[in-house]
Design a binder for this molecule. Structure first.
Ligand code: BGC
Length: 450
């Protein structure tokens, strides 16, 4: 067996998000978020689960940082709940919200773990939603104001800032497919949301530069490398539309300052005016970032289907392995994706800000959690990431999703992504799964056996 070793300054981490782990949904002055509202409406979430308590991280963060220290994490990626800081989304600041993140960051720094903060991981203040949410251009302005507050309060302690997590999911899953908060099914609304979210990203990058903070700012985009089912011209068309919809609609404005033309033409034919955009918006959106964050879980394999608006249909090969989310395990897709980003989009550092898998974990008789499938999933993706580095990609770090089992959005607590098991019924006990021990070992060695 050969060993693979990562570059010396490679950063190993794990990631979480506020609504998925914190709980304390109405404590210490926090305002209501769209996810509070959405989960409190019956029928939206499996088992009608909510994030009211989640992993109770708001009260247990010290214990959780201890666990991160035990794993040897270089960095921890978490998100800040906007309605904890500004209960109404704008205006009056809730000091207790700021204090919570300050304590968390202090604790991390004491443990020698670098904090990496995401400003928006989907928990929009409900008050802003009442005013149109991300469909309203003013929300971008309020986001920028909120970002400035955080830079001012924590800018000297947090070296890496991520404006948004997955604008594609925010816009499409929440506003076109209706599976996430706020739960709309409206194509034009979704396109407007996508644009305003990207605009707010650019505005917050500008404010970051103006703040003079000595740190880095970037964005996290979810990407899945797309493969055509055959070499046919039709399947190539399917691949191009799928890629434009999933990936390029978000990558191109941020890194190239334009929207993909063919998809824009299609939208213009369908809607006449697909969404409102002002002159100069793309310039703002494409302001230079310091790094690109990507979330990778699986690939897309597509074939041509004339009956679909975007002419593509996804295929699930029978002989592949699938996770509990029914997502195909396809590590090669990570290597191919990273190489493509390097060739077509950026030479800046790339961070894999999320990668991981859900499986139906059980506590074994020995009291441990032997999540062999997740161990294999992670090993294969570590190798795939390493392969990309070998081929010249500027990959700077890797965060496993997720540090702990948590509220998996529409699936509630039914899906477990953690490398730490949460025993929700047994006083929220934390148990390191075998995958956590794998990560600890990989971090110690800065590599693994191939
Ligand atoms: C999100 C996470 C989510 C994970 C697994 C990503 O889309 O950023 O919040 O839990 O994927 O679905």
């Amino acid at each position: 067996m050969a060993k693979i070793i990562f570059p010396e300054d490679f950063e190993w981490g794990a990631a979480t998000a506020s609504y998925q782990i914190e709980g304390a949904y109405n404590e210490d002055g926090k305002g209501e978020s769209i996810w509070d509202r959405f989960t409190h409406q019956k029928g939206n979430i499996v088992n009608n689960d909510t994030g009211d308590v989640a992993c109770d991280h708001y009260h247990r963060y010290q214990e959780d940082v201890e666990l991160m220290k035990e794993l040897g994490l270089d960095s921890y990626r978490f998100s800040i709940a906007w309605p904890r800081i500004l209960p109404a989304g704008k205006g009056k600041i809730n000091q207790k919200g700021i204090d919570f993140y300050k304590s968390l960051v202090d604790q991390l720094l004491k443990a020698g773990i670098e904090p990496s903060a995401t400003l928006y991981h989907w928990d929009l203040p409900q008050k802003l939603q009442d005013n149109g949410g991300w469909e309203n251009r003013d929300t971008a302005k309020y986001f920028d104001e909120y970002a400035q507050i955080m830079y001012r309060e924590l800018g000297d302690l947090i070296p890496r800032w991520i404006t948004h997590n997955e604008p594609m999911v925010v816009s499409m899953v929440g506003n076109l497919w209706g599976e996430h908060a706020p739960g709309f099914k409206d194509y034009q609304k979704a396109l407007q949301v996508a644009h305003n979210v990207l605009l707010s990203h650019g505005m917050a990058v500008k404010s970051f530069r103006e703040s003079g903070i000595d740190g880095e700012v970037g964005i996290t985009i979810n990407l899945n490398h797309v493969y055509p089912d055959s070499d046919s011209r039709e399947d190539q068309i399917a691949k191009d539309y799928c890629d434009a919809f999933n990936n390029r609609w978000f990558l191109d404005p941020v890194l190239k300052g334009k929207y993909p033309e063919k998809l824009m033409d299609l939208y213009q034919n369908k809607f006449d005016k697909p969404f409102e955009m002002e002159a100069g918006d793309l310039k703002i959106i494409s302001r230079e970032i310091d790094f690109l964050g990507i979330n990778y879980y699986s690939r897309a394999l597509v074939e041509y289907d004339e009956s679909e608006f975007l002419n593509f249909k996804s295929i699930k090969p029978e002989d592949s392995d699938y996770t509990a989310m029914d997502w195909e395990v396809y590590p090669q897709g990570l290597t191919d994706l990273l190489k493509r980003l390097d060739q077509e989009y950026t030479k800046k550092p790339i961070f894999i800000t999320e990668n991981g898998a859900a499986y139906d974990d059980q506590i074994a008789e020995d009291g441990r959690v032997h999540d062999q499938k997740r161990v294999e999933y992670l090993e294969k993706h570590f190798q795939a990431a390493h392969q990309a580095i070998e081929e010249g990609v500027n990959l700077a770090g890797y965060y496993v999703w997720s540090l702990m089992d948590n509220f998996e959005w529409a699936f509630g607590y039914d899906k477990r992504f953690g490398i730490i098991y949460i025993d929700y019924e047994n006083n929220q006990k934390r148990i390191l799964k075998d995958s956590a021990l794998l990560l600890k070992d990989v971090i110690e060695k800065n590599g693994l056996e191939k």
